[in-house]
Write a protein that binds this ligand. Structure first.
Ligand SMILES: NC(=O)c1ccc[n+]([C@@H]2O[C@H](COP(=O)([O-])OP(=O)(O)OC[C@H]3O[C@@H](n4cnc5c(N)ncnc54)[C@H](OP(=O)(O)O)[C@@H]3O)[C@@H](O)[C@H]2O)c1
Length: 278
């Protein structure tokens, strides 16, 4: 029997690498993209890949994708909620619209897709690409951290509430991965900063500069998306996957620190932040 997988955000990075990895390993992959050129590019990678247009913030595009996929199959082996973006900034002066945008893509987007595709997910695995940010230790990227924690909470609830015991939800929490997300977050956050009053920019200038420097560094360091794709393949092949996986030394450290009392975690977080900025 064919195993059909839908993955959102498959135009680049973890999503595209995973689409290719799964296709090579015999899965039939519906790769969610937003641009015609990305559909052509991802389909050219392997004949097991079919590009489908999905903007996770647009319910009509998700409905259309459902109808497209229904022409081929009425059952998905897995849904991989991967589409995501990262916003940063100091809570004190972050426009609420920015936080809403962050949640619209990373949280509500995944919920929209899961709700629409639920009839096809009877005994499926829902794999969410969360993040070590879900452990919530990272100041100045709180919209992103909160979105990943919310994603994990909503989908864990979905699994517990679901009448179908065969539906499994798995959260993958990578550390820093070398993808375009870092470049994009620099661009997005520059736009947000341009809209802030001069007083706010002055107050947090050092931190903003640090964030950009850090994102520049992360573009080059970190694991390759291939390693996350390998883990996703392992999870899809596993009969009894764990509900949560961390990948990367930084993610494992974040997990460890998140288990300490909050006052201890906060002390170390502030200490490390100050040390890095100086
Ligand atoms: N890179 C890391 O260090 C890291 C670490 C932990 C977790 N993650 C998570 O991994 C996931 C993939 O990110 P990545 O690092 O591979 O970055 P990426 O290369 O920038 O990929 C992000 C993908 O999400 C898509 N996307 C963005 N907004 C969308 C929307 N409204 N609707 C549908 N698709 C949308 C992008 O499509 P377009 O090309 O059309 O914009 C792109 O395909 C994200 O959820 C991210 O939070 C990344």
């Amino acid at each position: 029997m064919e195993k059909y997988v839908l993955i959102t955000g498959a135009s680049s990075g973890i999503g595209k690498t995973t689409a290719i990895k799964l296709a090579i390993n015999g899965f039939k992959v519906f790769a969610g993209v937003r641009k015609p050129e990305d559909k052509t590019a991802v389909e050219a990678e392997n004949s097991n890949i079919t590009g489908v247009f999905i903007d996770v913030t647009n319910s009509d595009s998700i409905k259309n994708a459902y109808e497209e996929i229904k022409k081929v199959t009425d059952s998905l082996y897995a849904l991989i909620n991967n589409a995501g973006i990262a916003y940063a900034g100091a809570v004190e002066c972050l426009p609420v619209e920015t936080i809403q945008k962050q949640f619209d893509i990373n949280v509500f987007g995944a919920i929209r897709v899961a709700q629409e595709f639920m009839p096809m997910l009877c005994s499926a695995k829902i794999v969410n690409i969360s993040s070590m940010a879900s452990f919530g230790l990272f100041p100045f990227i709180s919209p992103y951290c909160a979105s990943k924690r919310a994603l994990d909470i909503f989908f864990n609830a979905l699994m517990l509430e679901c009448k179908n015991p065969e539906l499994k939800v798995i959260s993958i929490k990578p550390g820093v991965i070398k993808t375009k997300i870092w470049e994009k977050s620099i661009d997005e956050n520059k736009k947000v900063m341009e809209g802030l009053p001069e007083t706010a920019i002055e107050k947090y200038r050092r931190e903003f500069e640090y964030l950009v420097k850090n994102a520049e560094k992360n573009k080059e360091k970190g694991l390759s998306p291939e390693e996350v794709a390998d883990l996703i393949l392992k999870v899809l092949r596993s009969k009894n996957p764990k509900p949560s996986y961390t990948i990367g030394r930084d993610a494992k450290m974040a997990e460890f620190f998140s288990r300490l009392p909050l006052c201890v975690t906060n002390f170390f977080t502030k200490y490390i932040m100050n040390k890095r900025m100086n």
